[in-house]
Design a protein around this ligand. Sequence first.
Ligand SMILES: Cc1ncc(COP(=O)(O)O)c(C=O)c1O
Length: 378
Amino acid sequence: MIDRKLLLQIAQIYGTPSYVYDLEDVRQRYLDLKDQLKGLNATIHYAVKANPHPKILHTLHELGAGVDCVSFQEVAHTLKFGFLPSEILYTPSCPSEEELTKAMELGVHVHIGALEYLPWIAKNYPGRPVGLRLNPGVYGGATPKTATAHKNSKFGIPAEQIDRLLEMVKKLSLQITGLHVHIGSDVESLNDLTAGVDFLTGLVPYFPDLQYLDFGSGFKVPYKPEEPAMDLTAYMDHVAQRMKNFPHLQVKFEPGKYLVARSGILLMRVNVVKRTPYKNFAGVNTGFNHMLRPMYYGAYHHIVNLSAPNAKPEKYDVVGNLCEEDTFARNRELPRLEPGHILALQNAGAYGFVMASHYNLRPLPQEIIVDGTRIYES
Ligand SMILES: Cc1ncc(COP(=O)(O)O)c(C=O)c1O
């Protein structure tokens, strides 16, 4: 974790609001996860959507990671950092034929999530390897917006269509080399994650050309200080157990926030402390245009008063500067705040800057990278 004094210096030198990423932490998370995969024939494909910052991609590439992309723009972006098409998974939502054409021509691993695309694949790319995104009908994920494998979700080919799928694969002579499932983001219950694993492994006998199973992500990260971390060992034990019968298959995972959430902090400045008969508001110099997660997902992000960590605690609503309701935290106990204090919103490395906008015509925040003793501004 980046030292408090260094964060205050960064705020002073580069200004706020600023995202600060700790590259050493990203490396550590990757190596920790890799360690958990020992004994499995597994590869890690970083979910680029979480944070496509060049330094992060460069770092993960150096460590040997592959990537998971959900748009062709992400694919093109990752090529610039040396990722080979064979290391790129492409798992798009409702892609156009043009996008699919580009991906197939490039030779990345394409995951098709609807039966409707299969005749087009067979006609235009006969005999070419392709993967399938399946939907086991399991509800898992921190919020309805990030639960992606239940019956009413738009993602993946539903379990109820497997018979039809098998008929089509046969009739169209499709070469299915990968099966993919992604239960959701921040999956609370291990049972929901392992249900996805069981679902895919149960289908292996029906797909003779398979080369890999991709279990997506769902790796939960603690957003609250007291929240327990996910039991990765138990999860990987389950995966190893289920894969025992399929030594010829590779396993793939697509973590996003597990690798980068903890590495990032959003530095913000208190513009005003407004005391009313009902509440104390701490008005900061950023809003959901820069960090959407608390407002869009109702996500908890821990906030630290870097300027006066030992001041007497008081309760505040920490609110943004947009002309709209944008509350980062309600009734949050924080060391007494004063205008000019610098706050650190934690776990901001995933789905932070990448979801930022110019709403209210505010400029985007800066991104600062800390790599040991070196600091990079971008
Ligand atoms: C297909 C796919 N893979 C991987 C991820 C990464 O998820 P997370 O950031 O929760 O690890 C996502 C994000 O929801 C996704 O949609």
